[in-house]
Design a protein around this ligand. Sequence first.
Ligand code: NDP
Length: 250
Amino acid sequence: MRGLEGKGVLITGATRGIGLATAVRFLQEGARVFICARNADDVARTVAELSGQGVAHGQACDVSQPRDVAALVAAAEAALGGVDILINNAGIAWQEPFLDIPLEHWDATMAINLRGMFMVAQAVARQMVARGQGGAIVNMSSTNGLEGEPQYAHYNATKGGALLLTRTMAVELAPHGIRVNAVCPGYILTPLNEGLHDQAFIEHYIRDLIPLGRTGRPEDVAAAYAFLASDDAAFITGAALTIDGGQLAG
Ligand code: NDP
């Protein structure tokens, strides 16, 4: 894709699943990456693995913690010589009925998926505005931000919030040459949901709900992230790109 070569890319939540595939994709495009996750050992191992494929840095960070976020963005700015692209990917999910959701799960989901997304985006956007060279931000939403899947009320609320955060940022940051978009993946098989569902559930889900007849792969989402961050998407801002094998199409 055009315009990714040499770019500095900060990717949150990139030690496994979609974030890891995205780091690999940006390295393949010739970009330099800085990754984070909460588990420091996983970050060190992932950076070591990625370094065989290009320029990779990383630091442990919990995106729900203001001090962690400030340190993360400062370290990424220093290592990359400026963050050109932010992939705001980190997120968690619980599956539980609305009537049973404990306040701690509600608060943690909000703190990571939405407040964390806001804090990282604000810190990075402030640096982009100060540098005056524009940039691209892609926020992680979900098909759950477009439709209310049962047993995910807290998760759905954060993903719907991510969409309006994205649109508002897109309008406010456009004068600075910063594009802001969102991705809305459907069912992507990653460690996030591998523990939640057995094989019978997955087969039933595919047969009944996904016209393309398979679950998504982390690489399917990585490609969408890369496109929205690239110059091929130069006139796209405030958009939400659905990657769901046709699930929401009808
Ligand atoms: P995984 O659980 O496989 O990976 C999540 C990554 O985020 C890990 O690297 C994890 O590392 C990190 N992470 C979690 N919490 C935090 C935190 N507080 N601060 C920093 N890093 C954190 O998830 P997926 O790859 O499946 O999901 C990635 C994103 O995509 C999420 O936002 C999710 O909601 C979204 N999504 C996923 C879909 C799917 O079907 N899988 C569908 C639609 C959206 P660590 O635990 O060490 O912090």
